[in-house]
Design a protein around this ligand. Structure first.
Ligand code: PLP
Length: 444
């Protein structure tokens, strides 16, 4: 299969170059003004060798500068989970209340109340990115516990948060490959354990120096890795036992429902972070605390120091951002929308499952609400290491490019598809057709 995959990749690369002349020309032009010729360095890694330049995005689609139209299952890696430019989001962009004033608007209280209703956490603050929401939460966790370290699960991703770029090398905590310019060695800031490993979790928490565990409720960034039965109960019980705060990062797992995985599965975190989709992609994020943690924070922060403490930012909680969150939560990512999105996700899962079974391929598919992913290995991974080992860069690149050349955009670096309120059954069926064609060519 590998020889065939390599030949197919070569063919698809040629086809991509031939059908995207304007994207290629823009990439060449950008060489002189942008680092690496791209506005974000990782865009060098798009499967075709140069990125597709978008001309316009709407609903669950976009058109590129060469006039080709795509079903967008990447959706800005969740930033556009609400769909591209949903009508209520566009209304907000007219910014009738201004854009930024350093003053609260009524939207702030409304969004705080709505997030409490959805997630069951009652005291909120706002940021512009999920990365910052995580960073600020870690700072506050250190403040109230007086402890230095953060515990994360191996192969997690929580944005560009220094403490989280740690991985395990045997039992040692080392920096993750590709970590750029770390400020201090990672074992000074971070403890790492494998997801689903309760014994290791207890062993590391027992050191008594962990301010918080920061985790997604299911790993999503190394492929979807679900918690085994009982793992969340153990995580909650052990963090309580050792006086460590439990921070649940719902940025991606909001795909599980209107109140994320936390509401869908009755989790009881001390702190919760969320970003990307809650403002329809207009920079917005939130981080919240239980009453008990909020009281500890209030007691620890002197009012005079509260703007110099490493938490916040001039544009954080700005008028536009709060208005975008309110519009999105009121009109777009509603309870009814999630019911539909999850049903469309189930259809995607069924389509891929059928193709895998038809060709008897050693692959599998996993779903979390309206997020679905396939991995090129037979068994579901139990933890981040198994998921990382299961990655197949050749097949990943081939499937991405094969899909792109046939009008379907998957999330880069893994085979993930996300459903927005605007994603239709026909969009999903288009992916299934393309996936079936790729599988048939691969098995020959
Ligand atoms: C779980 C999780 N948390 C936080 C982030 C950071 O989001 P942002 O890059 O918007 O700051 C990401 C980004 O992919 C994420 O997957």
């Amino acid at each position: 299969m590998r020889d065939r995959a390599e030949r197919l990749l070569e063919r698809e690369l040629q086809s991509f170059a031939a059908t995207h002349p304007k994207s290629r020309a823009l990439s060449e032009r950008a060489q002189s003004s942008l680092l690496g010729g791209v506005p974000m360095h990782w865009m060098l890694r798009w499967a075709g060798g140069f990125p597709v330049y978008a001309e316009r995005a709407w609903d669950a689609r976009f058109r590129d500068v060469d006039g080709l139209e795509y079903v967008d299952l990447c959706l800005g890696d969740t930033g556009a989970m609400a769909g591209h430019s949903p009508a209520p989001g566009l209304e907000v962009l007219r910014a009738p209340r201004g854009i930024t004033t350093m003053l609260p608007t009524e939207d702030a209280a409304w969004v705080g109340e709505e997030l409490t209703r959805r997630f069951g956490i009652s005291r909120w603050q706002f940021a512009l990115t999920a990365t910052d929401a995580n960073r600020f939460t870690i700072r506050l966790a250190r403040l109230v516990t007086g402890r230095p370290k953060v515990l994360v699960f191996n192969w997690c991703y929580h944005g560009t948060v220094d403490e989280t770029f740690a991985t395990l090398d045997g039992d040692a905590v080392v920096e993750r490959e590709g970590n750029l310019g770390p400020p201090v060695p990672l074992d000074e800031t971070t403890r790492v354990v494998e997801w689903n490993d309760v014994a290791a979790l207890e062993r590391e928490l027992a050191h008594g120096d962990v301010a918080c565990v920061l985790t997604e409720p299911a790993l999503t960034n190394i492929g979807i890795v679900h918690a085994e039965p009982g793992f969340h109960d153990a995580l909650r019980a052990l963090t309580r036992k050792y006086g460590t705060l439990l921070v649940i990062d719902e940025t991606h797992t909001m795909c599980a429902g209107p109140g994320g995985f936390t509401a869908a599965h009755g989790l009881e975190p001390d702190c919760l972070t969320v970003g990307k989709a809650i403002g329809s992609g207009i920079p917005s994020a939130a981080y919240g605390f239980t009453e008990e943690v909020a009281a500890r924070i209030d007691a620890a922060i002197g009012i005079d120091d509260s703007d110099v403490g490493g938490v916040g930012g001039t544009l954080a909680a700005n008028v536009l951002s709060l208005a975008a969150m309110r519009a999105t939560l009121t009109h777009v990512l509603t309870h009814e929308a999630f019911e539909r999105m999850i049903a469309v996700g189930e259809r995607f899962e069924e389509g891929v499952t059928t193709v895998i079974a038809e060709h008897d391929l050693p692959w599998h598919v996993t779903r979390l609400g309206c997020r679905v992913e396939y991995l090129f290995r037979p068994e579901r991974p139990r933890n981040g290491s198994e998921a990382a080992e299961g990655q197949d860069h050749l097949l990943d690149r081939l499937i991405h490019l094969y899909a792109l050349n046939r009008g379907v955009l998957l999330t880069p670096f893994h085979n993930m598809a996300l459903m927005s309120p605007a994603t239709s059954e026909a969009d999903v069926d288009r992916h299934t057709e393309v996936f079936a064609a790729a599988a048939a060519e691969l098995v020959g």
